[in-house]
Design a binder for this molecule. Structure first.
Ligand code: ATP
Ligand code: MG
Length: 361
């Protein structure tokens, strides 16, 4: 038994750490460079809220999560960590305002994950829809135990910093639901430590791929990257899937659900141009080529400041290292405090700490 006993307050749903600021956490997997889907799904909201004084923001590069679908490509993941950091900084994550860190540098998360795995049944984990989607999309023969427990590790990431708000794409909402269940279960069983976080859906819940598939995904390769150069953007856009029912430019076309117009709506800052293109498209008065050329130009306008910031950080590798080191210290101290509270609440103390005090850890 622990020497420090904690009062159990199962009926009190108020988490510890009352704070006037809301805590936000976003994680991105270093499975490849970041794309426009990641931007509208999460980064855009992240950046908006990091500039809001009511939020304290944590951003992590989830390298353990990347292993869940590609353990054999661990060295590649290491390289991608750097690219993902650069992409996040390029998109506008500001290390002066937020904590940016790499998941594997804060090892405490694995311990919290372990504790949480005891609170989730295997059948509950198997019901998470992304599991089946990943197996199908990546043509995996079978899921690793790591992939099955992906959302539990995500819950550990979020609750580690006692996150309350998690901007995510629609595909990840089921993970936030599981996180809430874990928090609730823990709070009821032991002590009210954890908040029940909310998922926050971005402007576009699911940006389609350039191939017309419902989701742009790093692992599907149907992407426009935040780091693509103008020529690549143009090439990708010109190859994009549009309205399959439209054969000639004079045929009236469909705007709704047409990926090219979804992108126009999301990224073209010239709203009049978008409205005009839509009108003419519906009337069969504009060809796909013009619609796409204008989209490529709009995307390049949108991506230019992102490219500039990327070049700035790319030229300063030491600065990026310092940012990651500072992030590790900040997130690490949050993590140790959370773990201490979790262990204390469970009456489960490290053997040596129990014999010799916390200093023995
Ligand atoms: P992978 O294919 O390796 O899973 P991904 O492209 O899905 O990569 P993640 O790192 O898994 O990217 O997701 C990071 C965040 O971006 C999540 O919040 C996810 O919901 C969001 N996201 C990813 N793709 C899209 C998309 N096409 N539209 C909206 N949000 C997206
Ligand atoms: Mg994903």
């Amino acid at each position: 038994m622990s020497t420090t006993t904690v009062e159990r307050q199962p009926s009190d749903s108020q988490p510890r750490f009352p704070s006037t600021k809301k805590r936000l956490l976003t994680g991105l997997r270093p499975t490849g460079k970041l794309h426009l889907g990641n931007y509208v799904g999460t980064l855009e909201k992240d950046i908006e809220l990091q500039n809001d004084p009511h939020y304290t923001c944590f951003f992590l590069v989830a390298d353990y999560h990347a292993l869940t679908t590609s353990a054999e490509r661990a060295p590649e993941i290491r390289q991608n960590v750097r690219e993902t950091l650069l992409d996040m900084l390029a998109a506008g994550i500001d290390p002066e305002k937020s904590t940016l860190y790499v998941q594997s540098t804060v090892g405490e998360v694995t311990e919290l994950f372990l504790l949480f795995t005891m609170l989730v049944s295997v059948t509950r984990a198997q019901r998470i829809p992304t599991l089946k989607e990943q197996i199908r999309d990546l043509k995996l023969e079978t899921a690793s135990l790591g992939l099955l427990s992906y959302p539990v590790l995500q819950a550990a990431d979020i609750l580690m910093v006692r996150g309350e708000v998690v901007p995510v794409g629609k595909d990840q909402l089921s993970h936030i639901e599981l996180t809430r269940e874990i928090a609730r279960r823990f709070n009821q069983l032991y002590a009210p430590i954890f908040p029940e976080p909310e998922g926050l859906i971005g402007k576009i819940a699911k940006l389609p791929g350039t191939d017309g598939k419902p989701k742009m995904s790093k692992s599907l390769g149907n992407v426009i990257l935040l780091s693509d150069d103008p020529k690549t953007v143009e090439r990708q856009v010109m190859r994009m899937y549009t309205d399959p029912t439209r054969i000639h430019a004079t045929d009236p076309g469909h705007v709704r659900g047409n990926p090219v117009f979804v992108y126009h709506d999301a990224f073209n800052d010239n709203k009049e141009e978008v409205a005009d293109l839509k009108r003419r498209y519906r009337a069969g008065k504009v060809g796909d080529v013009e619609v796409k050329r204008k989209l490529a130009a709009a995307l390049n306008r949108f991506l230019e400041p992102i490219r500039e910031r990327r070049a700035y950080y790319e030229a300063r590798p030491k600065l990026v290292d310092e940012i990651v080191l500072a992030g590790m210290h900040r997130a690490g101290s949050e993590a140790r405090e959370t773990l201490r509270l979790a262990r204390e609440a469970m009456g489960f103390t490290h053997y040596l700490a129990e014999r010799f005090g916390e200093g023995a850890r």
